[in-house]
Write a protein that binds this ligand. Structure first.
Ligand SMILES: *[C@@H]1O[C@H](CO)[C@@H](O)[C@H](O)[C@H]1NC(C)=O
Ligand SMILES: *[C@@H]1O[C@H](CO)[C@@H](O)[C@H](O)[C@H]1NC(C)=O
Ligand SMILES: *[C@@H]1O[C@H](CO)[C@@H](O)[C@H](O)[C@H]1NC(C)=O
Length: 433
């Protein structure tokens, strides 16, 4: 009896090691590629992960750039991770705001000798947090040469379970969240470990309408159709250093010179601005002081354009669309330059600044930060000042982002329309299939 008990964890360990080792060989150190879709009703971005343990199931999961791990509802009979597993140690670094520290886990009801690892999955939309078991499952993703998917590789990912109730406010068919933050349990970090690829990923969010965007994990190249375009990862506008903001595991960059509208600096004082990235808010949110000055500057720069009043909520500045004029980069409106540390500008053109709210009306698609954006998730309480800017989905779409944790930098492309392509132009057809 006692021997059996000792043998089981050993066998489990060997099995896990075997799976991990074969998987690492399978991909041959190549980057992995996956499509990203946009949910039309919530504007959330979704990836799909087949579950190898049950070939009937594909999990649809919301992408969260601020989420430190992966969580989903779990099937009956899942195997909880033990409290001494490395994944459990990592999971315990992240306690959402107001979540009591509950230790590493609790005794397993099915096996009194075993401690089950507990994690604290957080829903970025509802703001709710739960406590549930850590587990793992095997999923498959395609390798890529940057042009097409090549072949499927399978690997084990550590995830947290979550109760059904934590799915509130997420799209109908979604069963959880894929965290892509700066954490050892985020999807790209787990791919980097199992596939022996770089701890970096490229994210190209689609603007919807059914066509998928693309994420590549582990490095370049990345080609988008038409076929004569250069490697997009080699033709970025530039890079800016990633910075920390409080205890948040999310991505932040810094601007020392601030923001300009139509080449004129918005008066925001001399303190550097902290700028966060979010894949779970639909529009960029500006802290109240920044919002006021920015709206005033854009209002003045567009004084001669025909307005639509009252404006369409949640926006404050709306225009008669037919009067705006259009260009390759969207409506012909003043450009917005965010002057980033390192000397490069993140320039926002009409295609990322003006939202079409109805046939006749386009509105400046920036909103004032509300309470829920002020508190950085997993930020350890409300001690940290809110970032000045949190870039949201509409401003990120059809821009290529390269989040590189090895070099601690963010690469950005600006609106891809300028290169006559979009995030929905990856060729997901594989010659090999
Ligand atoms: C891999 O790519 C092929 C071809 O596009 C596709 O049919 C298949 O579903 C992909 N596999 C995964 C796991 O995404
Ligand atoms: C960045 O934007 C500012 C303000 O519009 C402009 O003066 C500056 O020349 C731009 N810098 C670069 C490197 O494009
Ligand atoms: C997409 O890739 C497939 C497989 O390599 C190729 O046959 C097809 O021509 C490509 N499509 C375009 C539009 O280039």
């Amino acid at each position: 009896m006692a021997e059996m008990w000792q043998l089981k964890p050993l066998l489990l360990l060997i099995t896990v090691l075997l799976v991990v080792c074969t998987a690492a060989g399978d991909g041959g150190g190549m980057p992995l590629v996956t499509p990203i879709t946009k949910d039309p009703s919530t504007s959330l971005y979704i990836i799909s992960a087949p579950v190898a343990e049950n070939d009937q199931i594909t999990n649809h999961l919301v992408l969260d750039l601020s989420g430190p791990f992966i969580w989903s509802t779990c099937p009956d009979g899942y195997v909880p991770l033990g409290c001494t597993s490395p994944a459990c140690m990592h999971a315990h670094r992240f306690h959402p705001p107001n979540c009591p520290h509950t230790g590493y886990g609790k005794p397993d009801a099915d096996n009194a000798h075993r401690c089950k690892c507990t994690a604290h999955p957080h829903n970025p939309l509802s703001g709710d947090t739960a406590s549930d078991d850590m587990t793992e499952f095997t999923t498959s993703v395609n390798t890529t040469d940057g042009k097409n998917p090549l072949k499927e590789v399978s690997f084990v990912v550590a995830t947290s379970c979550a109760p059904e109730s934590l799915l509130a406010k997420l799209p109908e068919n979604v069963v959880g969240v894929v965290g892509l933050a700066r954490s050892a349990l985020a999807l790209h970090a787990q791919i980097a470990r199992t596939q022996k690829v770089a701890k970096k990923f490229a994210l190209c969010l689609p603007s919807g309408g059914g066509a998928a965007g693309v994420a590549i994990f582990g490095g370049g190249p990345l080609f988008l159709l038409p076929p004569d375009r250069p490697d997009m990862m080699e033709s970025l506008v530039g890079y800016t250093p990633l910075v920390k903001h409080g205890k948040s595991p999310g991505y932040f960059v810094r601007s020392k010179k601030g923001i300009a509208v139509n080449q004129a600096r918005v008066p925001l004082g001399d303190a550097p601005l902290i700028i966060g990235l979010s894949s779970t808010i639909p529009y960029t949110a500006l802290r109240t002081d920044v919002y006021g000055a920015f709206i005033k500057a854009f209002d003045a720069a567009t004084a001669d354009r025909a307005r639509v009043t009252p404006s369409v909520a949640p926006f404050e500045l709306c225009y008669e669309a037919t009067q705006l004029g259009s260009t390759l980069l969207g409506y012909a409106v003043p450009q917005i330059d965010v002057m980033l540390q390192g000397g490069k500008n993140w320039t926002v053109f009409g295609g990322n600044s003006m939202a079409q709210v109805n046939d006749h009306t386009a509105c400046l698609a920036f909103v004032e930060m509300k309470g829920q954006y002020k508190r950085a998730p997993y930020g350890g309480g409300g001690l940290t000042e809110a970032p000045a800017v949190v870039l949201g989905g509409f401003q990120l779409e059809n821009n290529l982002l390269v989040l590189d944790e090895e070099k601690q930098q963010l690469g950005f492309s600006s609106l891809l329309f300028g290169r006559r392509t979009t995030c929905s132009n990856f060729n997901f057809t594989s010659a090999a299939f």
